[in-house]
Design a protein around this ligand. Structure first.
Ligand code: SAM
Length: 219
């Protein structure tokens, strides 16, 4: 099946399950207008993140990798009035576009965008109170570092999601060797011997092609 067919499939399902949303459309349009890469989560995946955050009644959410704040908006919409989301972004430009998009979404008071290398920003965060949910979607070679920090910052029973861990099945194909793929492999190897988390990978297919996310619970 070709990528266009999977895009059609997403569109078909979304037409029943996800209402047209001018705020999210504007966020993507503004991101494109500012030259940001089109690497946000898909609409269906964004909605999944929101549903997940709602399911666990998340009050504190941490995101690593903001881009233009598309996934951030989805996640923040699940927060109660006194909820908070902290999102970490290396690029000052991406962060500014995200802040604009979050303001347009009416979410500025709930969301803090912190600019800098995520490893540095994470080191300064404290689990008081701990986070309920961490979404990791930044530079893939740093996955394991981010996951280790996420474990420190999330509550017992809290959820850590890592995006893009299947990569067209290439993570499992030894003939592919690149830093992004190695970043996923290193994470998997570390989780294998880690008694503090319980995890599974869910493969996905849709408008972004074949990929998947890792879903972990802090024990
Ligand atoms: N989560 C976003 C969404 O779905 O809308 C997409 C995030 S995009 C895949 C990855 C982002 O991570 C980019 O904006 C990139 O600038 C940022 N990034 C790359 N390296 C980083 C680092 N070392 N620290 C923080 N952010 C980084």
């Amino acid at each position: 099946t070709r990528l266009e067919d999977w895009a059609r499939s997403d569109k078909y399902h979304n037409s029943f399950l996800i209402e047209k949303d001018s705020v999210l459309d504007a966020a993507l349009a503004n991101s494109n207008a500012n030259g940001l890469p089109e690497i946000a989560v898909s609409t269906a995946q964004g909605k999944f993140l929101k549903l997940l955050a709602s399911s666990i009644a998340a009050k504190r959410i941490l995101e690593v990798g903001t881009l233009g704040g598309y996934s951030t908006i989805w996640l923040a919409r699940a927060l109660p009035d006194d909820g908070q989301l902290i999102t970490l972004e290396l690029s000052e430009k991406h962060a500014q576009v995200a802040r604009d998009n979050l303001a347009n979404a009416g979410l500025s008071t709930k969301v803090e965008v912190i600019v800098g290398k995520a490893v540095d920003s994470l080191a300064k965060l404290h689990p008081d109170p701990p986070f309920d949910l961490v979404f990791i979607d930044a530079d893939k070679p740093s996955n394991l570092q981010y996951f280790t920090e996420a474990k420190r910052l999330v509550r017992k029973g809290g959820v850590i999601i890592v995006d893009n861990v299947v990569r067209y099945g290439r993570v499992a194909d030894p003939s592919y060797i690149d830093d992004n793929i190695e970043g996923v492999r290193n994470l998997l190897k570390a989780i294998q011997g880690d008694a503090e988390v319980d995890a599974t990978t869910i493969g996905t297919v849709g408008e972004k092609g074949y990929d998947g996310f890792l879903y972990a619970i802090r024990k």
